[in-house]
Design a protein around this ligand. Structure first.
Ligand code: FES
Length: 120
């Protein structure tokens, strides 16, 4: 079931920057701005339960800080090993100075239940 959350004014988030919202979704949310547009992914690497918000943003690629898997912020897809699947991607809109994310389904609230390694 989709659920929306106000993220507030993100006009101070510059291109190439990202911000973590720990209390949104079961694993938190990382919001990135690339080429003026906002993108949001679940803040948890599909490989080993690590916050992607601690990684690096290179263009549209969000690189995991632990083993370097890259996820496309436009759709959550991964570029290859060591991740074997993408991460949930969520729609973000910005209007009248307020950003809103719509959390899509698939953000399971039991991160260790799908076989990911538990590192935190
Ligand atoms: S934990 Fe992200 S690539 Fe291993």
């Amino acid at each position: 079931m989709a659920e929306s959350f106000e993220l507030g004014d993100l006009s101070d988030l510059s291109d190439g920057e990202m911000r973590c919202f720990e209390n949104i979704g079961a694993d938190g949310l990382v919001v990135c701005r690339v080429e003026g547009e906002l993108f949001a992914l679940t803040d948890n690497c599909s490989h080993a339960d690590t916050p992607l918000s601690e990684g690096r943003l290179r263009g549209h690629g969000l690189i995991c800080p632990l083993h370097g898997a890259s996820f496309d912020v436009r759709d959550g897809t991964h570029s290859g090993p060591p991740a074997w699947e993408g991460v949930p991607c969520h729609a973000v809109t910005e209007a009248d100075g307020v950003a809103v994310v719509v959390m899509s389904g698939g953000d399971d609230d039991s991160p260790s239940s799908d076989g990911r390694l538990q590192t935190r």
